[in-house]
Design a protein. Structure first.
Length: 162
């Protein structure tokens, strides 16, 4: 069976950046299980997995445009330290938290603190990066009608969420 729309795919993967640094991996963990064609993984990887079969090993390079996008300047904000109130003492570069915006909560990372100004970045941490995947296809099956209706794979035994 080949990977196609509404296939449930089980695979192991390793993700590296362009410099070869490992960013994520399923090694020593459960494999990734996703439903193909349901936007469960980035489009650039999904396109390169299309048509692959069990036992295939894939080296996939995904451009930022087909990964997590290019960084958006408007998602980098400078906020007066006073906006953090008493919590400013606990704020450090690299911290992640949810910022409340008019569009709802947005995950951000603190990228700088200088002269009473905190710089936060709402871009995905992998935005602008070329991604290098090594994937090994372990299993492929047709999605159930319930999985197709829900838009994602379910674990062994069926429905695994509320």
């Amino acid at each position: 069976m080949a990977i196609k729309q509404n296939s449930v795919v089980t695979m192991h993967y390793e993700l590296k950046d362009a410099q070869g640094e490992v960013l994520d991996s399923s090694k020593g963990q459960e494999p990734l299980v996703y439903m193909h064609g349901a936007s469960n993984i980035i489009i650039g990887l999904e396109e390169q997995l299309e048509g692959k079969t069990v036992g295939d090993n894939i080296e996939a390079v995904v451009s930022p445009e087909k990964g997590y996008g290019l960084p958006v300047e408007a998602l980098v904000q400078q906020v007066p330290a006073e906006a953090f109130g008493d919590e400013i003492e606990q704020i450090d570069v690299g911290m992640r938290f949810q910022a409340e915006t008019e569009q709802g909560p947005v995950p951000v990372v603190v990228t700088g603190i200088e002269d009473g100004i905190v710089t936060v970045d709402g871009n995905h941490p992998l935005a602008g990066k070329e991604l290098h995947f090594n994937c090994s296809i372990a299993e492929i099956r047709d999605a159930t009608s319930e999985e197709i209706e829900h838009g994602h794979a379910h674990g062994p035994g069926g429905h695994q969420h509320d």
